[in-house]
Design a protein around this ligand. Structure first.
Ligand SMILES: [Zn+2]
Length: 187
């Protein structure tokens, strides 16, 4: 049995009209087993409802939980809530295939493994931009990034991050101003 055996759904065994619910908990071990850089830790609950209709299966995934991902601003780990509702249709056919929200599985096998599907739904539920709540970023890292940006931002490429850093009350004073202040004070 592979490490994802428990995510294998035996569609062939379902009677017409059957509605079956499956509950999964995607924990750190799950994300480690998936072995993707996108999400390495988390705790996500998925309720999958499989409905057998005429000639097809409707799969309805409700995903709720949190994943640990690096903050876009300070790169420290942060908890990102994820919630998603996803629906797929599965039909039997000659060989594996995927068209939009329709998945074809070989009728001989009659099963579908939902581990990777659930992982994809989790990844898609992570917002493009994910940062700590205000004031929760790693101050040390924020300062280093700020210092780095002030020496490389001449081309105005990094205005987005600069604006973020402006919110930080502990933003350090540009050392060049300190030098200037000394000159002024000495006169
Ligand atoms: Zn942060």
């Amino acid at each position: 049995m592979g490490k994802f055996a428990k995510y294998e759904i035996d569609l062939k065994a379902l009677q017409p009209g059957a509605v079956v619910a499956y509950d999964y908990e995607l924990d750190n071990a799950f994300f480690e087993a998936i072995d993707s850089a996108e999400v390495q830790r988390g705790n996500v609950k998925v309720r999958l409802v499989v409905k057998k209709t005429a000639g097809a299966f409707e799969l309805d995934f409700q995903t709720d939980g949190t994943v640990i991902v690096p903050c876009d601003r300070c790169l420290d780990d942060m908890e990102q809530p994820v919630t998603s509702r996803d629906q797929l249709m599965v039909k039997f056919g000659e060989e594996y295939g995927e068209v939009d929200d329709l998945i074809i599985v070989p009728e001989e096998e009659g099963t579908i493994n939902v581990a990777w599907l659930m992982f994809e739904f989790v990844v898609l539920a992570i917002p493009m931009k994910h940062v700590h709540a205000p004031g929760r970023c790693n101050k040390e890292m924020t300062r280093k990034l700020n210092a780095h940006l002030s020496t490389t931002a001449d081309d105005e490429d990094d205005t987005d991050v600069d604006e973020e850093l402006d919110d930080d009350a502990e933003r350090p004073i540009d050392p060049r101003w300190n030098e200037l202040k000394k000159i002024i004070d000495n006169n």
